[in-house]
Design a protein around this ligand. Structure first.
Ligand code: UDP
Length: 496
């Protein structure tokens, strides 16, 4: 390349940082990645958003994303096949099926795009920085190979990212994983920062394995533990105070961390002028399921903080037995409830004839059941006083932002860690981990909604205020986003 050409190219790069965002193909990560994309677009950065086919279809079907992002001339969607044949987004029990399909089908195509194809340095629109999900260790490898700067975005909870992802090799070396013996209450001493908090039962679900050498999830996470620290940065959805127990330790391994959460409220604050009342239409849904907004009208009819909201997110499932136990517990607590029953979330044979008539009758009186709710709006509704949740990280942080205490029934991955932090570190709820007996459910709901309501409300309010402060103009997360944008520009310029 002659000197002139080089200069033109470097000037072009200097003017046009071009970021490629590549999220995990599931509801939570795609939702977060779209919010990040929009923040980058607002700052004038060129963004290409790469979705795999099976998640892109329902996203277009149920949202206004195309229309919304059309207003950004610097934004472009791209898709890559993933070989997943399902019409609807798959449940969590098929997580590895999706990951293996991405590895087999999407990875080689992505590699080609970056090395010699449409986003390579030889192309019209070369990518100057990649933001892949932290789980895509192959993307970090490809970034290194092509000398493209890379900043990982991990949308799992930082408390789990630290204890069970980045420290999985430590847990294995220390002999903490796999567990020896069956005492799930034994404390885990090998992870710095959480020695007095984490028991075996609070480790991510994948740590409950007997054979680490033949476990594809363990293999995936160990790869991630090695690749994330090699990236040029790490974006996480939290704020400094919330994860002060783990962030100082994480920074020793990954010095360039950008805590930009709560991302959904930071996004809302930037996108919605403060003077307007947010109308339902103004919400920025990235839902891959059709939202039923009628439940907001149902909530309008209820007294402040009287309703329990129940949802297990986009991936978790429950058996018919678990459904009935939780259902009885909720109904027997006597609180009105709004329950999201995502189609496909109940495993095994199930129809309403299996439900005792007394339960159905009481549900008619005090309950509202929908397929999918506008969750951020639900949690922000004055009638909602508690959240029975699977403890997904997005649900947890959305609840923290609204100051809603939680009853946690974790299903998998980071949820076991999140529910522990909710009860033990943040003190904003009850962890029902590993149990769902109707009496336990009833007691937990009564505690959160009534008996210990004031205690939980006090800490929930404190976190709510800290969350708000973090996204204020001078708050820590706002400063992190500004630094991220500056760094993206600087790293893009530095690209050889
Ligand atoms: N969600 C929603 N409507 C629902 C249930 C969930 O919009 O009826 C959204 C919720 O607001 C959150 C996401 O789906 O942003 C679930 O993410 P989370 O990390 O909590 O759990 P996952 O679905 O990944 O297990």
């Amino acid at each position: 390349m002659d000197q002139n050409h080089e200069q033109i190219n470097s000037t072009k790069n200097a003017l046009e940082p071009h970021v490629l965002i590549f999220p995990l193909p599931f509801q939570g990560p795609v939702n977060c990645a779209l919010k990040l994309a929009e923040l980058l677009c607002l700052s004038g950065i060129q963004v290409t958003f790469l979705n795999t086919d099976h998640i892109h279809r329902p996203l277009l079907q149920h949202t206004q994303v195309l229309a919304r992002f059309n207003s950004y001339p610097n934004f472009k969607f791209e898709t890559v096949p993933d070989g997943v044949e399902h019409e609807k987004p798959v449940s969590g029990d098929r997580f590895m099926e999706v990951m293996e399909a991405v590895d087999r089908v999407s990875k080689p195509l992505f590699r080609e795009m970056m090395v010699s194809g449409k986003f390579s340095s030889r192309s019209e629109r070369p990518v100057t920085l990649m933001i892949p999900d932290g789980c895509f260790s192959f993307a970090v490898e490809i970034a290194k190979e092509t000398s493209i700067p890379v900043i990982c975005f991990d949308t799992v909870s930082p408390c789990c990212l630290w204890t069970c992802y980045l420290n999985l090799p430590t847990l294995i070396e220390a002999g903490d994983v796999p567990f020896k013996g069956d005492d799930l209450d034994q404390l885990i001493a090998s992870v710095p920062g959480t020695e007095n908090v984490m028991r075996r039962r609070d480790l991510a679900s994948f740590c409950r394995t007997d054979d680490i050498s033949n476990d594809p999830v363990i293999e995936l996470i160990v790869k991630e533990a090695r690749s994330v620290p090699q990236a040029d940065g790490l974006i996480i959805n939290t704020f400094e105070e919330l994860d002060s127990l783990v962030l100082p330790h994480m920074r020793k391994l990954c010095p360039n961390v950008y805590p930009i959460g709560p991302l959904h409220s930071l996004h809302k604050a930037r996108l919605m002028p403060k003077t307007t009342t947010p109308s339902p239409e103004a919400t920025f849904t990235n839902s891959v399921w059709k939202e039923d907004r009628t439940c907001l009208l149902w909530l309008d009819k209820h007294a402040p903080k009287s309703v329990l909201y129940v949802s297990i997110g986009s991936l978790a499932t429950m058996s018919v037995h678990q459904l009935l136990e939780i259902w009885y517990g909720v109904v027997n607590s006597g609180n009105p409830f709004l329950w999201v029953r995502r189609p496909g979330s109940i495993t095994g044979e199930y129809d309403e004839s299996m439900v005792p008539s007394e339960l159905l009758a009481r549900t008619k009186e005090i309950g509202c059941i929908v397929d999918w709710a506008p969750q951020e709006d639900v949690l922000g509704h004055p009638a909602v006083g508690g959240f029975l949740t699977h403890s997904g990280w997005n649900s947890t942080i959305e609840s923290i932002v609204e100051g809603v205490p939680m009853i946690c029934w974790p299903y998998f991955v980071d949820q076991q860690v999140n529910s522990r932090f909710v009860e033990e570190v943040w003190k904003i709820g009850v962890d029902m981990k590993d149990t769902c007996d109707r009496l336990i459910v009833e007691k937990a709901v009564r505690d959160v909604m009534d008996v210990k309501r004031d205690v939980f409300a006090k800490s929930a309010d404190t976190w709510k205020i800290l969350a708000e402060e973090s996204i204020s103009e001078t708050g820590s997360s706002s400063r992190s986003v500004a630094r991220l944008i500056d760094d993206i520009k600087a790293m893009s310029n530095a690209k050889k």
